[in-house]
Design a protein. Structure first.
Length: 56
């Protein structure tokens, strides 16, 4: 049960980052360094999610 909650939390954080990245790249004065950092965070969350999910 605790793992399911963690998966939901990580999924929510990943979706939030996706929205932030999308908004940042639309901005005429977006910071590529900041966007790159957000993408790294998103990848880290994705990897953590994959490690928690059961295989198959």
């Amino acid at each position: 049960m605790a793992i399911d909650g963690r998966i939901r939390e990580l999924g929510s954080r990943k979706e939030n980052l996706e929205r932030q990245i999308e908004q940042a790249t639309r901005s005429p004065s977006f910071d590529p360094v900041k966007v790159s950092e957000m993408k790294r965070q998103k990848l880290k969350l994705k990897e953590e999610l994959e490690a928690l999910r059961p295989p198959g």
